[in-house]
Design a protein around this ligand. Structure first.
Ligand SMILES: Nc1ncnc2c1ncn2[C@@H]1O[C@H](COP(=O)(O)OP(=O)(O)O)[C@@H](O)[C@H]1O
Ligand SMILES: [Mg+2]
Length: 227
């Protein structure tokens, strides 16, 4: 589902964010990416979402070689990938339901379909009763659940989450991680960037460890992982 083949990303004047990095992620996998700050974790996310281009190597998503993706193809790519960041970025003047519906309205989805997708996603994230709340009326954990629901509107095959629990307390963190695991069980491939040891030990899934742009570990976590 995701292939990095000898990918290098250089930031002038002298940073190799990724150095000849290769890994494969199968469809339906749940993979955590860990490593110190500056290790290159977010660079992987930025390359997959075509926010940045690699300097070398190939990046393939499904059957699509996105290494040299053209700007006009990027929206189609982003509809296949859901992305969740640490900072919530909800539209403050729109209600929860509208925040989710917005991404569908801009591509002229019929109203009825928007309503059914929104209802279904709010149910998955457990916020059916908050559909008419404004973002500032939500807790941080609830807001992040709305962000996750919004990331799923196009039914992406892949969900990328970059430190999605970075601003949350341990209880909300656990809820969000369980939600990501549930989404993965429905068949979505999940790539989770985190430096929270409890999370990867709780998940007991594959963990890729990066250090200065190099993969120094790729293993199934037994539950005693040390970061
Ligand atoms: N736009 C940029 N310009 C210059 N250097 C950058 C840029 N983005 C990231 N870097 C550098 O690349 C390295 C990897 O960054 P990043 O992938 O964001 O790390 P992290 O693992 O913390 O997510 C870091 O040394 C960072 O300073
Ligand atoms: Mg980062």
């Amino acid at each position: 589902m995701i292939k990095f083949v000898n990918v290098t990303k250089f930031y002038p004047p002298n940073t190799y964010a990724l150095k000849n990095t290769s890994f494969h992620i199968q469809s339906g996998e749940f993979v955590s990416i860990v490593g110190q700050s500056g290790a290159g974790k977010s660079t992987i996310i930025r390359l997959l979402s075509a926010e940045e281009k690699s300097d070398n190597g190939r990046i393939i998503i499904g059957d699509w070689d996105i290494t040299n993706i053209k700007p006009k193809e990027i929206p189609a790519l982003r509809r296949q990938i859901g992305i969740v960041f640490q900072d919530f970025k909800l539209l403050e003047k729109k209600r929860v339901g509208e925040n989710i519906a917005f991404a569908l309205e801009v591509i002229d989805t019929p109203k009825k379909k928007i309503r059914s997708i929104t209802d279904q996603l709010l149910k998955i994230v457990g916020l059916e009763n908050k559909i008419n709340y404004f973002p500032q009326q939500l807790s941080a954990g609830e807001a992040q659940r709305v962000v996750i629901a919004r990331a799923l509107v196009h039914r992406p095959k892949i969900l990328l989450a970059d430190e999605p629990t970075g601003n949350l307390d341990p209880i909300n963190t656990r809820d969000i991680v369980e939600l990501l695991a549930k989404i993965n069980e429905f068949g979505t491939t999940v790539l989770l960037v985190t430096h929270n040891r409890e999370i990867v030990n709780f998940l007991r899934k594959r963990v890729i460890t990066l250090d200065h742009g190099v993969i120094i570990g790729d293993q199934v976590n037994s539950g005693r992982y040390v970061i």
